[in-house]
Design a protein around this ligand. Sequence first.
Ligand code: OSB
Ligand code: MG
Length: 369
Amino acid sequence: MEFKHITLRHLKMRLKHPFTTSFGTQQDKEFILVEIKNKDGISGWGESVAFTEPLYKEETVKTNWHIMEDFLIPLLFKEPINHPDEVSQRFAHIKGNYMAKSALEGAVWDLYAKEQGISLAKALGGEKEKIEVGISIGIQKSIDDLLKIIDQYVTEGYKRIKVKIKPGWDVQVIQQIREKFPSIQLMADANSAYTLDDMDHLAKLDDFNLMMIEQPLAHDDIIDHAALQARLKTPICLDESIHSVEDARKAIQLGSCKIINIKIGRVGGLTEAKKIHDLCKEKGIPLWCGGMLESGIGRAHNIALTTLPNFILPGDTAASSRYWEQDIIHPEVEVNNGEILVPDGPGIGFEPNLEQIEEYTLYSKIFRP
Ligand code: OSB
Ligand code: MG
């Protein structure tokens, strides 16, 4: 593959509804879009999932721009790349900065699949023609508001409901959801809002037949999670703590979780995501694909990854219309009865809407070899 130029764009898109987690509220989504063009004028697209503030993990829009501009893009231009798997090797000596690496690697994967004339799903070794998805619902002003929103998404057919929890918005909320919806597939995501001191309190969640509780403890912990998992019937799913296949191996070995959520950006890209997938398949750890309120570009990558066979549980890849008045791809991501049909066109299989991208762009820069 020969890269002619790489364009970074800083976009800002307004969410239809503010999204509140244990760490804060987001109304506007700012992120970096990557476009890598080859000599034939074909473009591969990637998206950084870093937010403006370091509240979910350490990386931000600004740190991602810095790491891409000053370190990663020069490495990509240094020598030709034959296969996207080489990108993570090329970046390996740069520590951390998973989301920055993943944004570029994702664009290389899309470009590679387009050059081969196959879908990204197929390039990754994916098998499914359609995927099952759930929805992640933020913290609301009242439990009544939350129950109404859940009712709407259950009616729309989403396969499982995830709600955000935090101290003061947890056991009572889950109890009321269960009373109203006794048989839905339900789970809770704490985004690292608790400590081991909350063990007795968290154990009360065992009464509500949750599919799992996601990342209850610190964002960088796998030790305390093992102690908590030993105490809980409810499976723990790790999100924030897993950055690599090595992290996954250690967490599985320690018994820190029974399920893993893969976010492509959090693990440094699709190549590492595939490695985690293969390990978890071998170890019998079910996977699902997480979300970061992505635009359609990131969403398309998530869809492709979810076609791998061990993505057994419904992920967080909801419809474009759940987030945006107007997404930046054509067609937009549609969910029918909790399912997404996997596109079979080349690459990500959705056409970037250049006019819309232009409209949302605050700043852009082109890099050449
Ligand atoms: O922890 O999964 C998370 C959104 C922002 C930051 C972290 C998380 C989330 C979500 C929403 O749960 C997933 C989505 O709808 O994209
Ligand atoms: Mg999460």
